[in-house]
Design a protein around this ligand. Structure first.
Ligand SMILES: [Cu+2]
Length: 172
């Protein structure tokens, strides 16, 4: 009983030591800023049909949009390359009507969005209507949030919207 307790205590001590080492080596390459999970963007409740009678393109069940090369809390230098990952649906250029597809949009520092209207075209809501799956952007120093949103041939999000996690990056 006593020896088993001792072994367990030793094992825990070893794990803690290894954990501390791993943390130290990670800290030597990344800044000591701690990042909380990013607050999700506020979106309107998606309706299958818009007020104007437009039927939204259905999202494929299980479709997933994600950042390939970035994660919440990453510290990166400008210009920032952002790679868009999509599974369960395909990419098609804007204007091309094809079931189960859409094109990418990158939302930068966007806190809220109406997903029942076309995505505006602006520096903070960027369209990749040629079917691009990555971009390299000059960004100002400091923290920025990024989020991906897929939309149909008319720049209207699918129903339900296909969105990535919202992440915060620190631009050096
Ligand atoms: Cu668009």
């Amino acid at each position: 009983m006593t020896s088993k307790f001792t072994q367990t205590a030793l094992a825990i001590g070893l794990i803690l030591t290894l954990g501390a080492c791993a943390q130290n080596s990670a800290m030597s390459t990344t800044p000591v800023t701690s990042f909380a999970p990013t607050v999700p963007m506020k979106v309107t409740v998606s309706t299958p049909k818009l007020a104007a009678g437009y039927e939204k393109v259905p999202a494929a069940p299980g479709a997933t949009l994600y950042f390939i090369n970035l994660k919440n809390g990453d510290s990166v230098a400008s210009p920032v390359t952002v790679q868009f990952g999509l599974s369960g649906m395909g990419v098609a250029p804007a204007g091309v009507e094809k079931a189960g597809t859409g094109h990418h949009h990158l939302l930068i520092d966007v806190d809220s969005l109406d997903v029942n209207s076309p995505i505006p075209n602006s520096d903070s809501t960027r369209h990749f209507g040629l079917g691009q799956t990555e971009v390299t952007l000059p960004m100002t120093t400091g923290k920025h949030t990024l989020q991906l949103l897929l939309a149909d041939q008319n720049h209207i999000p699918h129903h339900p919207p296909v969105m990535s996690e919202r992440i915060t990056i620190n631009v050096r």
